[in-house]
Design a protein around this ligand. Structure first.
Ligand SMILES: [Zn+2]
Ligand SMILES: [Zn+2]
Length: 235
């Protein structure tokens, strides 16, 4: 467990925010900022029904903007540092927000426009690789279900210091990816990923087993490798 907790202040702040988010996902806690408590709306004013990972925000852009520590002041989020910086207007122009691609881990500029604001991948290539279901003929990946395993890793990586049960993982999957994954299926996938050394299982007495990602630094691209994606399985 020890290397899960880093000493760096920014990382701690990020972990704390992630933890807060983790709890908010299962058990909504009101925010201190009134702007962030308007039912049905994101604090930016747009309707909040587009971002599946957390219904409090309209988009991944706003989620990151309102939860990432500010560069100059890690005690404030980017949003808190930005608010009130406009001299004549309450709201200055929105800043650029960079997000790490869920596959290659490279940063990309997340636009605020609704077509851009919920992207998880830097481009189509990464999206296709992350979602691929390689067929058994593939010798390079040695796996039929890369896309499913990648999804499990993406969920665990969003909850850095908060191990999840198989049924919590499946409820995130169903909410985030618009497809269905039973607790049984997620338990099987978690078992495979644990055997590969990507995931740690914690089991205490009669409590339900929980799981967390052991490796949050390496890109999923380098952990799972890339292979030819045939046109018929893209989507
Ligand atoms: Zn918003
Ligand atoms: Zn990428």
């Amino acid at each position: 467990m020890a290397d899960l907790f880093r000493n760096d202040t920014n990382q701690k702040k990020m972990d704390k925010l992630r933890l807060k988010w983790a709890f908010a996902n299962f058990d909504k806690t009101p925010s201190i900022d009134a702007q962030q408590n308007i039912i049905g709306h994101c604090a930016c004013g747009r309707p909040n029904n587009k971002f599946k990972m957390n219904k409090q925000y309209c988009s991944r852009y706003c989620f990151l903007f309102m939860n990432t520590p500010a560069e100059d002041d890690p005690n404030k989020t980017m949003y808190e540092a930005w608010r009130g910086t406009g001299k004549y207007a309450y709201n200055p122009p929105y800043p650029k927000v960079y997000a790490a691609c869920s596959w290659c881990s490279e940063d990309f500029n997340l636009g605020r426009g609704l077509k851009q604001a919920n992207k998880h991948f830097c481009g189509n290539h990464c999206q296709q690789q992350a979602n691929r279901s390689a067929r058994s003929t593939s010798t390079r990946t040695g796996s039929k279900k890369v896309g499913d395993r990648v999804r499990i890793m993406r969920i665990l990586r969003e909850f850095v210091n908060h191990p999840l049960t198989a049924s919590e993982v499946s409820s995130c999957w169903n909410q985030w990816f618009g497809s269905s994954c039973s607790a049984h299926k997620s338990a099987n996938l978690l078992k495979i990923l644990t055997a590969k050394g990507f995931v740690m299982k914690i089991k205490r007495g009669t409590e339900l087993a929980t799981y967390y990602s052991l490796n949050n630094d390496e890109s999923l691209k380098s952990m799972f490798g890339e292979s030819e994606v045939s046109r018929s399985i893209i989507g």
